[in-house]
Design a protein around this ligand. Structure first.
Ligand code: SF4
Length: 373
């Protein structure tokens, strides 16, 4: 299986760069997760290095959240391997998972649903300390909780309130405080802002960027919001129907997307300049995302790809390194990275369904942010 990892390029719009070390914090090798006949994830290989933010993007139903759940072992993978800091955690026992859970945390999309409404905020944030049986006395515990709350921009008094007494943005800050309490080496952030009001999405996104820069944890940022990706990510992994189709540095993917699906996603992403936005014509893809119970033969994207050739329906494209960085799974991309660009080369045929199906906007300090898929 080809490891999907490339070097990072930083741009001026990005927050202060973090120092991504060479050591992989996370390695996925041929990860497979099937739920009965549903092939949610089908052979995903990915590496995330220390201090690196990797965005996992794709439409709803592409399997990206399932990848996150496999990493934190909320579900046990059907096949393949999940390695955290070099340790294989794919099939750890419940007891062994305790250490694993210290090394990796997850923040969910909906803070209201992920916080126990019967627990005070202080109990919620301090729960990792209890689960890990740390030997802190009551005062030390309280100080750690208050420090965590301050770190995410909440007053210490919030510890005495219940989650339902807080706003959505405050609840997501509590989720972040809890997730970072155990000082994990990897944070899985699963659509952390998409359930929030537009007015607070940017603040939470900025907080996540600040925390990541200050603490230096690696992050798998699962999202369909490409503007947030442009702001936060070092590397981007694009997923389609349970498989990775392209991985590359943020700079490379935004400047030269090689896979037709990546090109379609980017063509639907809004830009901050209204004149440029008006001048753009998003690529529209025919048909909906096919069923993960019966994925298309060959390239899974061939039923929607405007430049597909007969070979695409028969032969599975391998994710391979091309050009001077990045990996892509497409028969038509040459070894030097050149290939078709459906934004200019192809007039899409049956244009019944746009890649962009929903849209919520968020202003960040650097860009306008809207949902894409
Ligand atoms: Fe399109 Fe064929 Fe490339 Fe798949 S392999 S993305 S169908 S051109």
């Amino acid at each position: 299986m080809t490891p999907a990892s490339v070097q990072t390029a930083q741009s001026a719009s990005h927050p202060e760069p973090t120092t991504a070390g060479d050591d992989p914090v996370l390695e996925l090798e041929g990860l497979v997760m099937h739920f009965g006949p549903v092939r949610a994830v089908d052979g995903v290989s990915l590496r995330i290095r220390k201090g690196q933010v990797t965005a996992l993007v794709g439409e709803s139903g592409s399997g990206k959240s399932t990848v996150g759940r496999c990493i934190v072992r909320l579900v046990e993978p059907t096949d393949g391997a999940v390695r955290l800091g070099g340790t294989d955690v794919t099939h750890l026992s419940r007891k062994e998972l305790r250490q694993h859970r210290r090394d990796v945390s997850i923040v969910f999309q909906d803070p209201a649903g992920s916080l126990d409404p019967r627990m005070l905020v202080g109990e919620v944030v301090g729960e990792p300390l209890r689960l890990q049986a740390t030997r802190l006395n009551r005062r030390e515990r309280s100080e750690r909780i208050q420090e965590s709350l301050r770190r995410v921009g909440l007053r210490p008094e919030v510890a005495e309130r219940y989650p339902h007494e807080l706003s959505g943005g405050q609840r997501q800050r509590v989720s972040l405080a809890r997730a970072l309490m155990s000082e994990p080496s990897l944070l899985v952030a699963d659509e952390p802002t998409s359930a929030l009001d537009v007015s607070v999405q940017a603040a939470v996104l900025n907080l996540l960027a600040d925390l990541q820069r200050d603490i230096g944890f690696a992050c798998l940022f699962i999202t369909h919001d490409l503007s947030a990706v442009e702001y936060l990510a070092d590397e981007i992994a694009v997923m389609y129907l349970g498989q990775l189709v392209e991985v590359g540095s943020r700079g490379e993917i935004f400047a030269h997307p090689r896979h037709p699906y990546t090109q379609a996603l980017l063509s639907a992403a809004p830009v901050a300049d209204p004149d440029k936005q008006r001048a753009r014509t998003p690529v529209l893809l025919g048909d909906d995302l096919p069923s993960a119970m019966d994925p298309p033969s060959g390239c899974r994207f061939h039923t929607r790809c405007p430049v597909a050739v007969p070979r695409c329906a028969e032969e599975v494209p391998v994710l391979r390194s091309v050009g001077d960085g990045g990996t892509v799974a497409c028969h038509l991309v040459e070894q030097d990275g050149t290939g078709p660009d459906i934004r200019t080369d192809a007039a899409p045929a049956a244009t019944t369904t746009a890649t962009s199906t929903t849209s919520t906007s968020t202003s960040t300090s650097t860009s306008t942010s809207e949902s894409l898929t």
